[in-house]
Unconditional design. Structure first.
Length: 156
């Protein structure tokens, strides 16, 4: 099924209209500082990074267990990249995140590069998602505790 030039023009017009409507939206108005502040306030926290870690760790573990070392290596590379996002959006947590990378990801990476399941299994026991959560939580509590006073969770 070929796309005609008439259909292409219609799609182009619709895209132009959508762009114009988006530009006219009210969500990003005000001074330049206010325009930067709005998206900054909706940046994800470390929770998003930790979810990504857990998902990728799970894939890494099963890939290594199955001998798919290339997939395991890729997942570790992606975990390092999501960590950089965490360091950027939460600079107060950067030192803790770097320590986490050295103590948890580096041993996994070494085992994956060696294609050594026993070494990986041993390292993974130290880098399992519960251990990751505890390590990241400790890092956040020791570097800056002001966030705790702003969050009041109630369970009913």
């Amino acid at each position: 099924m070929a796309i005609t030039s008439k259909e292409l023009i219609v799609v182009g017009c619709l895209l132009s209209l959508a762009s114009a409507l988006y530009a006219a939206s009210d969500w990003l108005k005000g001074s330049t500082d206010e325009k930067f502040k709005t998206p900054a306030e909706i940046q994800p926290g470390l929770g998003t990074v930790m979810i990504e870690y857990a998902n990728r760790y799970n894939t890494t573990y099963h890939a290594a267990k199955g001998g798919n070392w290339d997939l395991a290596a890729y997942q570790i590379k992606e975990m390092r990249e999501i960590q950089q996002v965490g360091e950027t959006i939460r600079p107060a947590r950067k030192a803790g995140l770097i320590g986490f990378e050295k103590s948890h990801l580096d041993p996994l990476d070494t085992a994956v590069k060696a294609k050594d399941w026993k070494k990986f299994d041993s390292a993974s026991r130290q880098a399992s998602p519960p251990a990751m959560n505890v390590t990241l939580l400790q890092a956040s509590l020791t570097s800056d505790t002001s966030f705790r006073s702003r969050r009041h969770l109630r369970y009913h």
